[in-house]
Design a binder for this molecule. Structure first.
Ligand code: ADP
Length: 397
């Protein structure tokens, strides 16, 4: 069974063609600048040199047709014809409270995704565009939607409610939703597999740390709390997002900037590592500048480490213990000194790491010592594989 996985943004999308027989990625690629001029595609057939081309993609449908041509191309393709493609899995950012798991696309499902557009005004419309384009180009191929929020729908009300008047939940659905759910699900389950224990027996803290970051408490295989909330700026300090703020700071910013759009831009795009350091949103640049003596870069680095430590502590307290701590995504998978700094001082919680074993980038490793009570791990995330597996399951295969 061959499945195409699509992760569609407003002007770009990523794709992977996965053979579920052995879970092998046959091809993948990235299409950028759709409809805004200068559009291009980078296509990689596993095992051969990538191809990059500048092609005029006026909309998503045109770009998807081109990708399907690439996938059936005699030289760069991996399919004899499109009838070999069994289904398409789509990443959808927001499923609101309605979607607790992945589902086969029907007209009702599309309407329900549209209903939650107010909760994800930038992402959901772009995600749906991909589904519609596929339905237009391949009307007989089933589509499945997989939601970033679905894994977190197991959170209890005490974790997902905010302490404002209840009517804002009842009338406007203001609550914590959480994001990066497929990633947290994947690494938590992979951690249990690596440890050879049933996930139901483990309390796990998963740290998905990239440009956008979230930390999740996984108890009994279920998300019981997560640091991203109603929107995508809560929790720890991120590349350009503020992380937690006293509500009074939001009121201050509203009074000072006088425009909710500007306040949103401030906390989403001008804050975080970028805003504190004034240098970059990229932790590599921050670490280098801090090493060279830049104090604001050092402060940004220290704030990130401290935020992550605090979440590990609070989620362990919330769950009544911790058996495994997992790092994933750009910073989590590659930040060797960052991981070392986070774990430093957590020995009191049973976290003891082996600095030599920690010296890996982008590969699975358990880097705690044999006598550490908590298994500390790096697990590269694989959201596409979760989407492909769910797609297969929803198609009854
Ligand atoms: P996104 O959230 O956009 O998917 P990624 O998961 O790709 O982001 O993470 C990107 C971040 O990973 C970069 O901003 C950078 O800070 C971090 N990163 C990548 N490599 C390293 C490294 N070697 N050391 C520290 N941080 C790194």
């Amino acid at each position: 069974m061959k499945i195409l996985v699509l992760n569609c943004g407003s002007s770009s999308f990523k794709y992977q063609l996965i053979d579920m027989n052995g879970e092998v990625v046959l091809a993948k690629g990235l299409v950028e600048r759709i409809g805004i001029g200068g559009s291009k595609i980078k296509h990689v057939k596993t095992g051969i040199e990538p191809v990059s081309r500048e092609v005029d993609f006026s909309n998503h449908t045109v770009a998807i047709k081109y990708v399907l041509d690439m996938l059936t191309d005699p030289e760069y393709g991996v399919l004899k014809n499109l009838s070999e493609l069994s289904a398409v899995g789509h990443r959808i950012v927001h499923g609101g409270e309605k979607f607790t798991k992945s589902v086969l696309v029907t007209p009702e499902v599309i309407s329900a995704i549209e209903e939650v557009i107010p909760l994800a005004p930038l992402h959901n419309p772009a995600n749906i565009q991909g589904v519609r384009a596929l339905m237009e180009v391949l009307p007989n191929t089933p589509n499945v939607v997989v939601f970033d929020t679905a894994f977190h729908q197991t959170m209890p009300p005490k974790a997902y409610m905010y302490g404002i008047q209840y009517k804002y939940y009842e009338e406007d659905r203001v609550r914590r939703y959480g994001f990066h759910g497929t990633s947290h699900f994947y690494v938590a389950n992979r951690a249990a597999e690596i440890l050879g224990k049933p996930i139901e027996s483990l309390k796990i803290v998963t740290c998905h740390l990239g440009n956008g970051s979230s930390i999740t408490a996984v108890d009994d295989g279920k998300s019981v709390d997560t640091s991203l909330g109603y929107g995508t700026a809560e929790g720890i300090i991120m590349g350009t997002r503020s992380g937690n703020l006293d509500p009074s700071v939001m009121v201050f910013l509203m009074e000072k900037l006088k425009d909710p759009k500007l306040v949103n831009e401030e906390v989403q795009k001008k804050s975080g590592l970028q805003g504190i350091s004034g240098i970059s949103s990229d932790l590599r640049d921050i670490e280098k500048a801090a090493e060279d003596g830049n104090e604001r870069a050092k402060l940004a680095q220290d704030m990130l480490v401290y935020d992550v430590k605090k979440y590990i502590g609070s989620y362990s307290a919330g769950m009544g213990g911790i058996d495994a701590l997992v790092f994933t995504a750009g910073i989590g998978e590659n930040g060797i000194s960052f991981r070392e700094e986070v774990c430093k001082g957590l020995e009191f919680m049973g976290i003891k790491i082996d600095s030599e074993k920690n010296k890996v980038r982008g590969q699975e490793v358990v880097f705690s010592t044999p006598d550490s009570r908590v298994a500390v791990m790096v697990i590269p995330t694989d959201e596409e594989m979760v989407i492909a597996r769910d797609t297969k399951r929803c198609c009854g295969a």
